[in-house]
Design a protein around this ligand. Sequence first.
Ligand SMILES: Cc1cc2nc3c(=O)[nH]c(=O)nc-3n(C[C@H](O)[C@H](O)[C@H](O)COP(=O)(O)OP(=O)(O)OC[C@H]3O[C@@H](n4cnc5c(N)ncnc54)[C@H](O)[C@@H]3O)c2cc1C
Length: 189
Amino acid sequence: MSGVKVTAIDVEKTAIVLEDGARISVDLVIGADGVHFNVTCTHPKELSDNKETLDNDDDDAAAIAYNQKASFSTVQSIYSDFDPVARQLLELPDPDGFRIWKLVDMDDIPNWSSTDTALLGDACHPVSPFGFPGTSMAIEDALTLSTLLPVDILVGREVEEQLRIYQEIRKPRVDRVREQARKHARGER
Ligand SMILES: Cc1cc2nc3c(=O)[nH]c(=O)nc-3n(C[C@H](O)[C@H](O)[C@H](O)COP(=O)(O)OP(=O)(O)OC[C@H]3O[C@@H](n4cnc5c(N)ncnc54)[C@H](O)[C@@H]3O)c2cc1C
């Protein structure tokens, strides 16, 4: 099922609620909903530190400014001290098409999974785009999860253990990539 908005997650009964009110019971919820952390923030227990991360963000505009429209005059003022030739490039695209994208970089949350809920990609470890690692990290997470969770796996403790191994495998790699992205951001190699 695609193109359908999930509006709520019942983590106690492992069910999701769709925009049209339909309720679907599932064995496992994988939260791959990006930097807005919907799955994370609805989880009351093990993943709740995520909510704290958002609440503690110094810049409250984090969620608000994401993908907001920017006027052409705003864009011009941001680049006002750039070389005139570079500024001419700003006139090439549709002036109504500029967007402000807040870059998100934070330490990953402590727990990427609980009994029957797991997170992947930006939902648990957004990294800044210096070196462009975000997409590949999400894909690698998904491949790792699909390898660890074959279709015939038993639900219950076996799944919980596989989810724990998932984070154990992925976290060192994501930590290394995040550190590399931060180095790129500082102009280091
Ligand atoms: C401007 C910009 C440029 C970037 N450039 C690069 C780049 O060049 N290379 C690179 O590697 N990375 C880049 N990134 C980062 C990259 O886009 C992310 O790291 C990557 O998309 C993360 O993948 P994800 O699957 O975790 O989340 P996303 O790609 O954000 O996917 C989340 C999905 O969940 C859906 N969703 C969210 N909430 C709900 C809901 N309630 N119900 C149903 N669906 C929902 C969303 O619609 C979306 O389709 C860029 C990011 C930005 C903002």
